[in-house]
Design a protein around this ligand. Structure first.
Ligand code: ATP
Ligand code: ATP
Ligand code: MG
Ligand code: MG
Ligand code: MG
Ligand code: MG
Ligand code: MG
Length: 269
């Protein structure tokens, strides 16, 4: 780069446009799997929820949070994951394209890298891709509402998919019949079908599927025993406690106030 710096070609750099994210805003990067309807079929995902795929998505998100800077919370469901950078982040001078592409490529490479841990011998048939977008939220309320919107989406889709696949798998309906049956039904109707016809209480279904996955940093005190030798002393075991940051996963409600009250250090004022 040293010799290129003064070349007559240097002026082309000025064609780069500024994409600095507005100061003081949370920067959200949302990824979504490209054509995962097909990807799910080709890789024989179980319906309505494949836990291997969800586990791999969460593993990949964890890699993003651990490898990149300043991500304070992430939320994922289906083939999507949202990552929130703290509002004071100056990582890559807040350049949207840098942040978004680092998230997307770290996530995609992790998805491939960890594939075997979740799918075992089942081969990955082709290289999957993820799109990314950047959205800025200026207030805590806006950010919580954003995450609530994604969790509400998870709930609506999962309730529909749960009834749909129950009608098919346990009710013996064809997919076309199940679709017809659910046309125009409200949430209460869907809950009622599950309960009265299949003895299923939707609220007892897996929290992972109903609520999605929230990842946050948590401080944990970790104690380790170290073998130590001081000058003029016998070698002995010493217990050392240190505070470590660890990414923790939750499958809980993030729409109500409780989660935010229990984790007051996620949001800044
Ligand atoms: P940044 O994250 O800012 O891009 P970087 O370490 O990737 O940091 P670059 O300016 O992109 O910095 O330079 C890439 C470096 O990677 C090169 O300077 C070189 O050391 C190394 N590198 C990349 N490709 C090769 C290669 N094919 N053979 C040898 N070294 C390489
Ligand atoms: P696009 O490229 O526009 O995002 P898409 O096919 O990925 O198209 P989405 O709206 O993102 O469409 O929906 C993702 C689809 O992937 C779901 O509808 C579902 O069929 C499938 N899918 C994703 N994750 C899972 C999972 N864990 N278990 C079962 N199916 C899944
Ligand atoms: Mg380079
Ligand atoms: Mg889509
Ligand atoms: Mg998709
Ligand atoms: Mg999607
Ligand atoms: Mg480089």
């Amino acid at each position: 780069t040293g010799s290129m710096a003064k070349s007559k070609f240097e002026y082309v750099r000025n064609f780069e446009t500024d994409d600095t994210c507005l100061r003081n805003c949370y920067i959200v990067v949302r990824l979504d799997g490209r054509n995962f309807h097909k990807f799910a079929e080709q890789h024989k995902f179980t319906k309505p929820n494949d836990n291997r795929a969800l586990g791999l998505m969460t593993r990949s998100a964890r890699s993003v949070i651990e490898e990149l800077e300043d991500i304070v919370i992430a939320y994922g469901q289906s083939d999507e994951f949202s990552f929130v950078f703290k509002r004071t982040s100056t990582w890559f001078k807040r350049r949207a394209s840098k942040l978004m592409t680092h998230v997307a490529s770290q996530f995609s490479s992790s998805f491939v890298f960890y594939w075997k841990e979740y799918f075992g011998e089942q081969p990955l048939l082709y290289p999957p891709g993820f799109d990314g977008r950047v959205v800025l939220y200026p207030s805590n309320r806006n950010l919580i509402d954003y995450l609530s919107w994604r969790q509400a989406d998870c709930h609506i889709n999962n309730l529909y998919n749960t009834v749909f696949w129950t009608l098919v798998q346990k009710g013996g309906l064809t997919t076309v019949q199940a679709e017809d049956r659910l046309k125009g039904t409200l949430a209460a109707d869907k809950n009622e079908i599950l309960f009265s016809e299949f003895d299923i209480n939707y609220n007892n279904e897996s929290a992972l599927h109903r609520k999605g996955t929230t990842l946050i940093w948590e401080k944990r005190d970790e104690t380790v025993t170290k073998r130590m030798k001081r000058p003029n002393e016998e070698e002995k075991d010493v217990v050392v406690t240190r505070s470590r940051r660890k990414v923790e996963a939750y499958h809980c409600d993030i729409i109500g106030d409780q989660f935010w009250e229990e984790h007051p250090d996620i949001l800044e004022d």
